[in-house]
Ligand binder design. Sequence first.
Ligand code: TRH
Length: 389
Amino acid sequence: MGTAVADGSPAPRTWHLFCRVVDNYGDIGVCWRLARQLHRQHGREVTLWLDELASLQALQPAVDTTRARQECEGVHIRHWAAALPPLDPTDIGEVVIEAFACELPAAYLALMQATRPLWINLEYLSAEEWVVRCHRAPSPRLGLRKFFFFPGFSEGTGGLLWEPEPLHPRQAEPPPATLLHRLLQELEVTGPLPATRLAISLFAYENRAAGELLGALSEAPGGVHLLVPQGRISPAIDAWLGEPLPPGGSCCRGGLTVTALPFMTQRQYDRLLAACDLNFVRGEDSFVRGQMVARPLLWQIYPQQEAAHLVKLEAFLARYTAAMPPPLAAIIVEAHRCWNGAAACRKDDWLGLLSQLPTWQAEARRWQGQLQRLGDLASNLVAFAGNQV
Ligand code: TRH
């Protein structure tokens, strides 16, 4: 086992993360953020084993999809190919994180039986009550110490992924409008852009409520600038506009300007979230980030069979709105049900939601503070691993 590392916290030092891309970008989005943070913030030597390098390249273009081994932002990246190259015990981390029960490769597992690392199954995020009971529960396998580790929203969970403090203190953050202007320049979005009151980002799966939402936004008092990264929602946007909108292009309907954005790096997308007044987010990683930038958000949960996701959605909404003024809570709950296909959407509901944004903004900040008190997931993992050695 290693010795104390950069931040003075206890060993172990070498951490290996295994990530299998199931679909979309959430699995690697979470793993990449965690890998970077374990290295940057905790000085751990981190190796990310990943089956689809192209998914990471979408988030971090410096990644080379042709290289089986490389280093990026201080993280060692190894291609988790169907057949791994010969491994020896020095290839095994002292902590092995199996993300989202991705099933470690047999050759690696065999060596783990010799080196006996700490094995952690990092689970998906859920606001349901049972998570507290399962968090850190032992689940020994093959004679090895294996534990479940659950991110979460309450005491007794692993908390969420966020960076407690930048390593290089930044100057005071510019106002959101400046952040957005700079980001759009960087993305080469040059068209005539509106000087509107509200900036809204839209990252979503296919969604039958999209047309109704856009109709409402086009009638919002003061105007809306809707920013849509290219993705699964884009065809619905084009259909509503009646014309294809290429990345970088903008189009107006009533008081609504829609700008199509290219798919950005993860850091750029984080900046978009921080720059908008309201963010439509999805899956897990954008959902978490949307909360940690302390902005109002509307979550499209990853759909599951037999509507299992709606139970998870309600569990989140109950926690998220518990301390909010009841009228605001009711509007937020209804809008989420609507955006997730569990209730009918009406234009007036969307307009009512927009009128609540100033109050919601204050609540988003309070919620962020509440989550921060749980500590951050990477630090909680490091502390947990330190206690196991
Ligand atoms: O892409 P997602 O829907 O991801 C998932 C996966 O479907 C996964 O299988 C599922 O289990 C999980 O959700 C719950 O949404 P998510 O989690 O928000 O991940 C998107 C990532 O993409 C996130 O890290 C932000 C990043 N991103 C960019 O880097 N650039 C962009 O332009 C955008 C829009 C997102």
